[in-house]
Structure formats: structure tokens, C-alpha cells
Design a protein around this ligand. Structure first.
Ligand code: DGL
Length: 288
């Protein structure tokens, strides 16, 4: 006779009742909402629960053990909410906790982020690309593996760039008259002057200033393209839901659920900022 826990796992993995369970997203702050926007567009029938560890943001300058412990804590919480799949919508957290999270929850699909360096390497004409990311992501093995396995064999030079003020700048609403905005303007000019033609936004906070960068690129007539991972992550999530038979069944937009947003710490502006980033018409339930 088969052992009962093995039988349970088989039923658990194939059960259609998972289809109505939410997708969990995690980030140190509001950056992972850039990934949520791609998911909500590609998979509008799904329900989403978002955990923002605003008490401990930013992660990018923390040490690896700290990032791993904080991330596993968030994954535990999302798992307890009954999530059928979890996206670690943070490059820094993925770099140090993806493997440990998968080890802890072997039957739960967990998607991690790595900067979209591979498509940039395959598309560059100049053979020189830049990755903007946190210190943690730039030092992590996930990105450095892509450099060794994809960029180096393609003779592509990868310039790594880290500014510790970028994540706080996004959390604060990206004021354009600020020293951080001026530094960014100057950096893209410098990247163009050394022949960088692809800029990889390797932190989920950064796509929120993609329009700002594109405006600067246009005004300064710089030959630079920008890439990020959002679209590819949404495609990956869709694929995993299909193969695990967990895709939400309802496609009726009338029945769509609010985004449930949980923050480990609230300040006066957070709810407003989340609503701004996700769109005024989006229904959001705030937990805290
Ligand atoms: N959104 C996180 C990432 O993708 C931000 C990191 C941070 O908190 O410093 O890396």
C-alpha cells in the first residue's frame, strides 16, 4: 500500500482547488509592484497577495544571511496565506534566498528574479551593456553566473552600477528635482559616451523610473535601450500555473478580486504611493 503522505502530495499538486488560491508576491518595499503590474495584465483572473517588508527596506546593502532570513520569513507568511505560487519580486532577495526558499517548500512553485542581462547580451550591437542593481544583486551568484555563462562567451562587457539612493528615491515618490535624479541623468550620458547601448534595470524598484530615463534618453538623443524582467516573469508564472493545473478558472473581469497589500510598517504616504503606482482604478485592500 502507498504511504498516505505520498498520496496526499499527488492530490495536492494536481488539485484544481488550487486554481482559486492567490499568487504571493514579495519585495523589500513597493518595487515588486512593477512585477505585479505585468502579472495583473497577463493574468487578470488571478488573485494576488503582496508582502512589502517596509520595516526593513532597503535589502540591497544588507549582508547575505540577513537577506535570506528576512526573505524566508516573508515566504513563510505568504505560504500561511495559502498562496499557490510565490514570486520573489526582488532581485536582491532572490540572489540570497531563492535556493533556501525552494528547499523549505519543495512542492510550492517559487519564481525568483535575476536581472535581464541575457536578452541585453543577445541584442547589443556595441558589445557593452550596463546593469543597474543593488550591491547585493551585483555581488550575488545568480547575476554573476549569467555574466560567466552568457556575457563572457559573447564577448560582452558588463558595467555594474549601484547607487544606494535609488531604492529610497523610488520609495519616496521619485522627485525629479533632486540630486538622485540629476545623478541618473548624468550616468546615462556617461554610459552612452563609453558605448553602452543596453541598460538593464536589475532591481524591481527601477522600472518605475523607466519613463523618466526614456524621456532623458530621447531629449539627449542617446542610443540606449532599456530592458527589465517583468514581462518574462509574467510569462514564466503563466507557464508554471498551466503545467501545475493551477490557473484561475474565472475570466470574468466583474469577478476580479482586489490586490491584497500587506506592509510590515506603514507611514503616512505608503497607501497613497501604492495606489499611484498600481493605478487609481485598482482596488487594493491594505493589511498591516
Ligand atoms: N526591489 C528590490 C530588488 O529588486 C530592492 C532591493 C532593496 O531593498 O534594496 O533588488
Amino acid at each position: 500500500m502507498q504511504n498516505s503522505s505520498a498520496q496526499f502530495k499527488l492530490v495536492d499538486l494536481n488539485a484544481n482547488n488550487k486554481s482559486s488560491a492567490p499568487i504571493g508576491l514579495f519585495d523589500s518595499g513597493i518595487g515588486g509592484l512593477s512585477v505585479y503590474l505585468h502579472l495583473a495584465q497577463q493574468l487578470p483572473a488571478e488573485r494576488y497577495i503582496y508582502y512589502a517588508d517596509t520595516l526593513n527596506v532597503p535589502y540591497g546593502t544588507r549582508d547575505s544571511k540577513d537577506i535570506e532570513a528576512l526573505t524566508l520569513n516573508a515566504i513563510d507568511w505568504l505560504y500561511q496565506q495559502g498562496c499557490k505560487l510565490i514570486v520573489i519580486a526582488c532581485n536582491s532577495a532572490s540572489a540570497y534566498a531563492l535556493e533556501a526558499a525552494r528547499y523549505r517548500y519543495p512542492n510550492l512553485p517559487i519564481v525568483g528574479l535575476v536581472p535581464a542581462l541575457k536578452p541585453a547580451v543577445l541584442a547589443t550591437q556595441t558589445g557593452h551593456v550596463a546593469v543597474l542593481a543593488t550591491k547585493a544583486t551585483l555581488e550575488g551568484t545568480l547575476l554573476n553566473q549569467v555574466i560567466t555563462e552568457i556575457a563572457a562567451p559573447n564577448n560582452t562587457t558588463v558595467t555594474k552600477y549601484f547607487d544606494p539612493l535609488l531604492v529610497p528615491w523610488v520609495e519616496d515618490g521619485m522627485p525629479e528635482h533632486s540630486a538622485t535624479a540629476d545623478t541618473l541623468r548624468q550616468r546615462i550620458r556617461e554610459f552612452a559616451s563609453v558605448g553602452v547601448d543596453y541598460l538593464v534595470l536589475g532591481c524591481t524598484h527601477y522600472p518605475f523610473f523607466k519613463d523618466f530615463l526614456l524621456r532623458e534618453i530621447k531629449e539627449q538623443q542617446l542610443p540606449i535601450q532599456i530592458v527589465d524582467s517583468g514581462q518574462a516573469i509574467a510569462a514564466r508564472v503563466q507557464h508554471l500555473l498551466v503545467v501545475n493545473k493551477m490557473l484561475a478558472l474565472s475570466h470574468n473581469p466583474e469577478l476580479s478580486q482586489p490586490l491584497v497589500f500587506y506592509a510590515s510598517k506603514y507611514n503616512d504616504n505608503l497607501s497613497r504611493r501604492v495606489q499611484q503606482l498600481v493605478g487609481a482604478s485598482a482596488e487594493i485592500e491594505m493589511l498591516g
